[in-house]
Ligand binder design. Structure first.
Ligand code: VGL
Ligand code: ZN
Length: 210
């Protein structure tokens, strides 16, 4: 049993390492699969590992195909605000929603699914895009006495960034392991995401500093 350097008050949040976001997937993130070996290694250092899955019902409001004339990567206005439209991806129980086959899932203590409501997206693993509905993750981590989190996964500029910003807002000391993430990067979204994360108080580091 390898030494767990990060104990009960720490958690590794592995965000959306799913087939849809890997090469060949419906919403492939460049190099998305490259994070898998590194995340598998990092998981060994943590007593608490949480995996998230983007998990949408068919016909989800974030899918371009759900809007007449909707174009992937364009945006529309939904009741809760602006929503970027995406190709259909991570449909609940579809092959795209499954974890990358090489992701080590055995030691995860929680698999959290998000984006499960047909009309509301959720990049964040904590609070949905209406900024009201919670996933329960903050309560779960709080109940375990977790005070610090490290994030890795896909995509840096969407689900990782929003989750990290909400982790800070939940009072957790928050770190993003930049080389264990990959970005979509549309229209400067990656630079913008790092700026927002820095303003929120997220600590940015590399895996050799973990
Ligand atoms: C994500 C776009 C749509 C992500 C999820 O995991 O970053 N991006 N749904
Ligand atoms: Zn999604």
């Amino acid at each position: 049993m390898p030494l767990k350097r990060y104990g009960a008050d720490c958690a590794l949040l592995v965000v959306d390492v799913q087939n849809s976001f890997c090469p060949g997937g419906e919403l492939a993130v460049p190099g998305g699969d490259e994070v898998v070996p590194l995340i598998n290694h990092l998981s060994l250092l943590f007593e608490n590992v949480v995996l998230t899955q983007d998990w949408h019902p068919a016909g989800h409001a974030s899918f371009a195909s759900s809007h007449p004339g909707g174009q992937p990567f364009h945006s529309v206005t939904l009741p809760y605000g602006e929503q970027t439209l995406w190709p259909d991806h991570c449909v609940a129980d579809s092959p795209g929603a499954a974890f990358h086959p090489e992701l080590e899932t055995e030691h995860a203590r929680l698999v959290l699914r998000k984006g499960i409501h047909a009309g509301v997206d959720s990049y964040s693993a904590f609070v949905e895009a209406d900024r009201t509905t919670v996933t329960g993750l903050a309560g779960y981590l709080n109940a375990l006495g977790v005070k610090k989190v490290w994030l890795a996964g896909l995509a840096t500029d969407f689900c990782v960034a929003w989750s990290a910003i909400d982790a800070c807002a939940a009072g957790l000391e928050t770190h993003v392991i930049e080389d264990a993430c990959r970005a979509i990067d549309i229209d400067g979204s990656l630079a913008e995401a790092w700026m927002q994360m820095r303003q929120a108080g997220v600590k940015r580091l590399r895996s050799d500093e973990v």
